[in-house]
Write a protein that binds this ligand. Structure first.
Ligand code: 3PG
Length: 209
């Protein structure tokens, strides 16, 4: 089983894609590999998502591909059979977590309050998604939430973009962050690969500072 903390330590910014056809998924994958940002979260918000995820893993086994927006145990099983490297959930659903752990799938449950953090800790999960980051209180909320919990790390997503991601990454206990901005759904649908490439490069450039 891959170690989530290691994955995100090596890849502190994760593009989050909402795509509905395989060709676009493969195109995005080629851009991310070429630009040396070899990680993507494919959200299960389209009915094609699991097929797209599988196609990306078949073509590019070294690209780290997470299944996002996993809402229940059934979707966790589908993500597993699609060869996802890890699962991301917006909430902290014990059935999803238990299913994923039974399958040996690393899971990033979503938390934004002490109750959900403690639910995740019950499953020995110490790397969690902080979602939806900006509207849940952003960086001040992270600081307040982390005070009682010494051993956890967060991956904020939701409302994060090129303008604010560096502040999140500079916050103690933030291991990485996720954003759809780099691989915006509208740009993918329009086939605007140049703009997607520009955004990926900008994030990489800013990350290096
Ligand atoms: C997620 O799936 O984690 C978020 O919806 C991504 O949020 P964003 O579109 O605000 O980046």
């Amino acid at each position: 089983m891959k170690n989530l903390a290691n994955i995100f330590h090596n890849h502190p910014v994760v593009p989050i894609a909402m795509i509905d056809n395989i060709q676009n998924g493969l195109k995005l994958a080629t851009i991310l590999i070429r630009e040396e940002l070899p990680i993507i979260e494919v959200t299960f918000r389209t009915k094609e998502a699991s097929d797209i995820l599988k196609a990306i893993k078949d073509h590019y086994p070294d690209l780290i591909v997470g299944a996002g927006t996993v809402l229940n145990a059934e979707q966790a099983k589908i993500a597993f059979t699609s060869d996802a490297d890890f699962l991301v959930a917006p909430g902290c659903n014990p059935r999803t977590i238990q299913t994923a752990q039974d399958l040996g799938m690393p899971t990033l449950p979503g938390v934004n309050n002490p109750t959900s953090i403690e639910m995740a800790l019950n499953y020995n999960i110490t790397t969690m998604k902080f979602f939806p980051a900006e509207v849940s209180g952003g960086i001040p909320m992270i600081k307040a939430l982390m005070a009682p919990y010494q051993d956890i790390q967060l991956i904020p997503t939701g409302g994060i973009n090129h303008e604010n991601f560096q502040s999140y990454l500079a916050t103690e206990r933030v291991l990485a962050c996720g954003m759809s901005w780099m691989v915006d759904k509208k740009l993918v649908e329009a086939g605007n690969w140049d703009e997607i490439t520009r955004r990926v490069r900008l994030i990489k450039e800013l990350s290096a500072k």
